[in-house]
Design a protein around this ligand. Structure first.
Ligand code: ADP
Ligand code: ADP
Length: 233
């Protein structure tokens, strides 16, 4: 069962009189429960592809089917709805609301989804526990370490049971020891059955994924199973 089907995706940007071809015909299918890293040098199209996969932007050409729905030509409003339902985002910069506690940050997507207060507390506490932050749930972001903040962001990404977790350079603001902790957490989240797509330019971070897709000049250069992980399981 493919959660993501991308066929012949192109993305062109008009910059003055010039056209920048950020994606030049990308084909990818990702199954439910896969753990995929998207790699590539700066300018290869990672952010552009992430924006398409995350329903933040539509492609110029080609089709993108997300969990059975063709989202390639949707309006911004339709994309926003799909995003809230299908995708849990984790960013390099955490993107937490500073005035809210860890638990409140985690429960925010449930408010948008119209879940009752009781339901929000139950689900919120549940995912806070999954990321090991039960002792910090009443702390605000500035009372938490970088690694703890990213755990809050991972819990927030999980709280709606999204089809995919999309993580953009999730360890970019963390020291190497904390980065390892967060990548272990992603491993646990994957083991629970979640589909994870990780965008990174760091080779050692990509090595945690089970499949590695490498972009170059807006095209897939390689798409391989990461035997370092899959053989040891
Ligand atoms: P990466 O994330 O791998 O660094 P990007 O997807 O950001 O790559 O960029 C791919 C190419 O598209 C680059 O040449 C970049 O300059 C160009 N690009 C990306 N976004 C825009 C934009 N909004 N307008 C114009 N050009 C863009
Ligand atoms: P990353 O660190 O992910 O590679 P980039 O520096 O490539 O990010 O791009 C950051 C943002 O700036 C992207 O979301 C993209 O939309 C925009 N961008 C990138 N290149 C250009 C460009 N040449 N012209 C306009 N916007 C750009």
């Amino acid at each position: 069962e493919n959660i993501i089907e991308i066929r012949g995706i192109t993305k062109h940007y008009q910059v003055g009189v010039q056209v920048v071809k950020a994606l030049q015909g990308v084909n990818v299918a990702i199954k439910k429960g896969e753990y995929v890293a998207i790699m590539g040098p700066s300018g290869s199209g990672k952010s552009t592809l992430m924006n398409v996969i995350g329903a933040l932007d539509t492609p110029t050409g080609g089709t993108y089917v997300l969990n059975g729905t063709d989202v390639s030509r949707m309006s911004d409003d339709e994309l926003a709805e799909i995003r809230n339902k299908e995708i849990g985002f984790v960013f390099q910069t955490f993107n937490l609301l500073p005035r809210y506690t860890a638990l409140e940050n985690v429960m925010l997507p449930l408010i948008y989804a119209g879940v009752s207060k009781q339901g929000r507390l139950k689900k919120g506490n549940d995912v806070i526990r999954k990321v090991g932050l039960q002792d910090r749930s009443s702390h605000k972001p500035n009372e938490l370490s970088g690694g703890q903040r990213q755990r809050v962001a991972v819990a927030r990404a999980l709280v709606n049971n999204p089809s995919i977790i999309l993580a953009d350079e999730p360890t970019g603001n963390l020291d190497s020891k904390t980065s390892v902790d967060i990548m272990r957490l992603f491993g646990d989240i994957h083991a629970m059955g979640n589909t994870i797509i990780l965008v990174t330019h760091e080779e050692d971070i990509a090595q945690y994924a089970h499949r590695i897709i490498r972009l170059r000049d807006g095209l897939i250069e390689s798409d391989t199973i990461n035997e370092k992980v899959t053989m040891s399981e």
